[in-house]
Design a protein around this ligand. Structure first.
Ligand code: SAM
Ligand code: SF4
Length: 479
């Protein structure tokens, strides 16, 4: 039987890799302090939703989950925590419409959540609906302010304050997401991120190198070491750290400091690169440093200069194509992926066709494709949303179909090659098959044993299933 003093949690993470990294920190912190994850939310004393506000679809799903947990509160007692971008963007609405949320935590206070949960005797006091306590959610204050509040008082303040990077963002494991920056200064006109994450802050190289050293130590139980590190930022190319002696460390400079610290077999990746800030120095470094994976995620968003300008992307179609040309010339084996945003206000059929043409010209390995969604508070919100949903959907389908065709054509050219892959798990479709990723970020499946998860394997690419390669271990595949 479970010890009644056992502290249990259930964590759901929505949205970007930054959220995954911050949830990684939270799990590390919770488990270090004796909290246990549970198999179903019904078993948890604390349910935490780490939320996303980039698109309405993400928010709608989370509202759905809030409805589910509201019903759950009738059956059992637990604390419901809403954390992250939605707490920032919709705090008033949540305070008014979701009184079953017990605690609201903004993006700048995530690190204090465990302290708040542990206030009192260490086990969180549950707030049941109808318990007589304030049914409205509390949000997280500075301790001094909190002490001034009477315990029953409702507090509705989310204070941005200063962003502090956690010292560690993952539990043991062979893959790690590692934030090097927070926030964004670009204010693309459609995007909510700068409003909910604030201005860009670059993490100190000492803190980054410290985390890399820590996660490279073998796990005390499994003996596993990290094999792949992904550095994260909304725009890693604008990383700038001001040293005490007045020097400025750029992203390329940071990579140069990280590479010698990496153990022998570790892949280093980064996300996301804004095209306007991708320096020749960085391109040269990717070409020359074997630890850096030859994969660049380079969101273009659109192929029409008129729309790029309205989006505030600060590059033209020609400049983007020129950059792609330089990358391909310097790193011929590089794979390029992108984000495409269809249906921005004022987008004409001609603008859409220009986007298809750009895709044909670049021949991206893959693309994340999105339908424009107005976000209140952004500059594009003022422009209305004049592309009818039906047209947006048709254009999006056109973009998806074209990208599927290109992806298959580009990948067919690779069949017969031997590549190194990192085994990341068991295939969901076939338990006898392993799922792996190549340096170029291609998905590969092949027959193998789960013991190979977390190791590098040489495989020969034999065929394609959708956009996933089917492969055989290189020895077995030798003609
Ligand atoms: N920083 C990255 C960049 O510069 O491309 C993108 C980060 S954003 C969180 C991820 C993607 O969401 C964007 O590339 C964009 O395509 C999409 N996105 C952002 N705002 C959107 C909106 N209002 N509607 C639909 N998609 C959106
Ligand atoms: Fe959003 Fe643009 Fe910043 Fe990316 S660069 S997070 S799209 S504002």
């Amino acid at each position: 039987m479970k010890d009644p003093k056992t502290k249990t949690y259930w964590l759901e993470t929505y949205g970007c890799q930054m959220n995954k990294a911050e949830s990684g920190y939270l799990e590390y912190e919770l488990q270090s302090r004796g909290w246990l994850p549970v198999r179903t939310p019904e078993e948890a004393q604390v349910v935490i939703l780490n939320t996303c506000s980039v698109r309405k679809t993400a928010e709608d799903r989370i509202w759905g989950r809030l409805g589910f947990f509201k019903a759950q509160k009738k059956n059992h007692t637990f604390r419901l925590v809403l954390m992250g971008c939605m707490s920032e963007r919709l705090k008033e609405q949540i305070l008014n419409e979701a009184p079953h949320v017990d605690l609201l935590v903004g993006n700048f206070q995530k690190q204090r959540l465990v302290d708040v949960l542990e206030q009192g005797d260490g086990v969180p006091e549950a707030t049941a609906v109808g318990s007589g306590r304030s049914a409205r959610p509390r949000s997280h204050l500075e301790p001094a302010q909190e002490q001034r509040q009477a315990s029953h008082q409702e507090v509705h303040l989310i204070d941005p304050g200063e962003y502090h990077f956690a010292e560690r963002h993952s539990l043991s494991g062979f893959q790690a997401y590692l934030p090097i920056m927070h926030g964004c200064n670009n204010f693309c006109t459609y995007c909510i991120v700068p409003y909910v994450r604030g201005s860009e802050v670059s993490r100190s190289p000492e803190s980054i190198l410290g985390e890399i050293r820590r996660i490279q130590m073998p796990d005390s139980q499994s003996g596993q070491t990290v094999r792949e590190i992904t550095l994260l930022g909304q725009n890693v190319n604008s990383y700038r750290y001001h040293d005490r002696d007045g020097g400025i460390l750029t992203f390329a400079g940071l990579l140069r400091r990280i590479i010698p610290v990496l153990q022998d077999r570790t892949w280093l990746r980064f996300l996301t690169s804004h095209p306007k800030d991708m320096s020749p120095e960085l391109i040269d470094l990717i070409a020359s440093a074997p630890a850096l994976c030859p994969h660049i995620h380079l969101p273009v968003q659109h192929g029409s200069n008129r729309i790029l300008q309205a989006m505030g992307r600060k590059y033209t179609r020609e400049q983007y194509l020129d950059l792609v040309g330089r990358i391909r010339k310097t790193i011929p084996e590089a794979s390029l992926t992108t984000d495409i945003l269809i249906g921005f206000p004022g987008e004409s059929e001609e603008d859409y066709v220009l986007t298809l043409e750009l895709m044909r010209q670049v021949r991206f390995e893959d693309a994340f494709t999105y339908r424009y969604n107005p976000r209140e508070g952004t500059r594009a919100f003022e422009l209305g949303d004049d592309v009818p949903e039906k047209v947006k959907q048709e254009r999006l389908s056109g973009v998806i179909d074209l990208q599927r065709r290109i992806t298959r054509e580009v990948k067919k050219d690779k069949l017969g090659r031997v590549v190194e892959v990192l085994v990341v798990g068991v295939s969901k479709k076939n338990a006898g098959e392993l799922l792996a990723r190549s340096e170029r970020d291609e998905m590969v499946v092949f027959s193998g044993s789960p013991q190979q998860i977390g190791s590098f394997v040489q495989v020969r690419l034999q065929s394609l299933r959708g956009s996933t390669f089917r492969a055989v271990p290189a020895e077995a595949g030798r003609p």
